[in-house]
Design a protein around this ligand. Structure first.
Ligand SMILES: Nc1ncnc2c1ncn2[C@@H]1O[C@H](COP(=O)(O)OP(=O)(O)OP(=O)(O)O)[C@@H](O)[C@H]1O
Ligand SMILES: [Mg+2]
Length: 256
């Protein structure tokens, strides 16, 4: 059965999609069977993975109009269930009692086919993110070392706690990690120190690994190719490799 990881942070532009894209392709290269699920109406993960967003998407699946396996696209990088802007209407369209469980129920039928399922989520804590948390074994939180990011972390933890109480008792926070990080400036060191204090209070692990800035990462995403092939030695690719190792040392397993 696949281990499901949701990348989440309600703050925009912190590296959720980029992390899902690199981690998914890196796990695939390590030989695991990987599915990427785009739960963001922006469709950025679908784009990065070269998926077609005009045909079947996660929206059709959540609406119950398409069996999940028919929405899976075999992209050249990893298997992906894409999304597009239609997904943004879910908030208004779905008012049923089990609306938090739509994604979980869809992915249950695919879990036997993969080792890892990575879910990208939108920059909000609405029903799409709650669906991602309800379906996930783990949450992984990318974050920038800035003060606004720190302010949002308490709210994020509260949402996860609510999902744990009402929808998914087994959900675990794998950790918070810094992206586009430059550890050399005094300010980022200060923010990192504060993050460690805030996160400890909330019992959210802060990962040792951080991701450095790499232009090659942006280039690979715009070219819709694998950054592991495009720039295998760039800082960010090395950092994501270390991140995966750290996660595995912390107990993340395939087929958990
Ligand atoms: N380590 C990095 N080095 C350089 N650029 C990066 C890095 N990580 C992410 N980026 C770039 O930063 C921008 C925002 O990243 P990304 O789209 O992954 O964030 P996000 O959290 O998914 O945003 P949103 O909240 O809009 O979904 C993108 O242009 C991406 O290419
Ligand atoms: Mg994104």
């Amino acid at each position: 059965m696949a281990v499901t990881i949701a990348l989440s942070n309600q703050k925009g532009g912190v590296g959720k999609t980029t992390s899902a894209y690199v981690i998914a392709t890196a796990l695939k290269e390590m030989g695991y069977r990987v599915l990427a699920v785009d739960m963001d109406p922006q469709g950025n993960l679908s784009f990065s993975l070269g998926a077609d967003t005009e045909s079947a998407t996660i929206y059709d699946v959540l609406k119950g109009e398409l069996k999940p396996r028919y929405a899976v696209q075999k992209s050249t990088l990893v298997d992906v269930i894409p999304s597009n802007i239609l997904l943004s209407s879910i908030e208004l369209e779905f008012t049923g009692v089990r609306r938090e469980f739509l994604l979980k129920e869809a992915l249950d039928s695919l879990k036997g086919l993969y080792d890892y399922i990575l879910i990208d989520s939108p920059p909000a804590l609405g029903i799409l993110t709650v669906n991602a948390f309800t379906a996930a074994d783990y949450v992984l939180v990318p974050m920038l070392s800035d003060i606004f990011s720190l302010q949002g972390i308490t709210q994020l933890e509260e949402t996860i706690r609510r999902v744990r109480n009402y929808c998914n008792p087994d959900i675990q926070i794998l950790g918070v990690f810094l992206t586009k990080h430059n550890p050399r400036t005094r300010f980022s060191k200060e923010v990192e120190g504060t993050l460690r204090m805030v996160a400890e209070d909330l019992q959210m692990p802060v990962l040792e690994t951080f991701i450095r800035e790499s232009v090659a990462l942006r280039e690979a995403q715009s070219l819709q190719c694998s950054v592991l092939e495009y720039a295998p030695d760039c800082n960010a690719v090395r950092d994501y490799g270390s991140l995966i190792q750290e996660l595995m040392q912390r107990g993340l397993k395939a087929n958990g």
